[in-house]
Design a protein around this ligand. Structure first.
Ligand SMILES: [Zn+2]
Length: 248
């Protein structure tokens, strides 16, 4: 369900049943002449729409205003919108605090932008990961007071942590594509992989007659196809199902 369309009784049910609550996170960034600037975020949004047809899911309104950077092209006339990661962290911390206050404890974000480096982190995902940690610490301390972790009630912390049920799992970030998927599907920027994915998920954001081959990163896009995109879509959906699966 889309969060903005939910009624309070539906929200209470989602909390009681521990539904995953998912933020599609991304940027607006130049993706060559042939792809829409929202590609990285649109891919997450469209995949979540598919997933929602088969599982209970709360989909938050997408956040497009990440740190795109101007590494690919300058913004003038090209469309990238960069918001500094330093401004994202307080926003994300407030957002996560708000979601915890509503009662959600199974919060996720998916991001595609710059996630070839997800383990080490890049500015947008680092800002949201850091914000999630800060929000959880502050939320628990406000609820339970200082010394909450050392309290006898937390004696099973390490056992919980092994099972992924400790409070630091209340908010989790995921890359849209994992290294296992990169091995089977091209990870690129506006090349064959992203263009194919858009053909399969969001054909209205692709104009192949506008494709220019003067930029190295779009050169492979000429070999894009909706069929290849469908393969990527299915690989990613399998990973998303697993990432959002019921916790032990
Ligand atoms: Zn992209």
């Amino acid at each position: 369900m889309r969060y903005e369309l939910m009624l309070p009784h539906q929200i209470r049910k989602a909390i009681a049943e521990d539904w995953p609550v998912v933020l599609p996170l991304g940027v607006l960034e130049y993706h060559g002449e042939h792809l829409a600037v929202g590609m990285d975020t649109l891919a997450v949004v469209r995949l979540l729409d598919r997933l929602e047809e088969e599982m209970d899911l709360v989909i938050l309104p997408p956040f497009y205003y990440g740190a795109s950077s101007y590494a690919v092209e300058p913004p003038e006339g090209n469309g990238s919108v960069h918001v500094d990661a330093g401004a994202l962290e307080p926003f994300a911390r407030s957002l996560f605090t708000g979601l915890l206050r509503v009662g959600f404890r199974n919060i996720h974000f998916f991001i595609h932008h710059q996630t070839e480096n997800f383990a080490a982190g890049m500015p947008t995902d680092l800002a949201f990961k850091f914000a999630a940690r800060q929000a959880i610490f502050a939320f628990i301390e406000k609820e339970r007071g200082e010394g909450w972790w050392g309290d006898e009630k937390m004696a099973d912390y390490y056992a919980q942590q092994v099972g992924g049920a400790d409070p630091f799992n209340w908010i989790k970030g995921h890359p849209l594509m994992t290294p296992e998927i990169f091995a089977q599907y091209p990870f690129d920027h506006a090349g064959q992989g992203e263009t194919s994915l858009m053909m399969a998920l969001c054909p209205e954001g692709v104009e192949m007659d506008k494709l220019a081959s003067d930029k190295w990163y779009t050169r492979t896009a000429a070999e894009a196809s909706a069929e290849l995109g469908a393969k990527g879509r299915d690989l990613i959906l399998a990973h998303m199902r697993q990432a959002l699966g019921k916790r032990p």
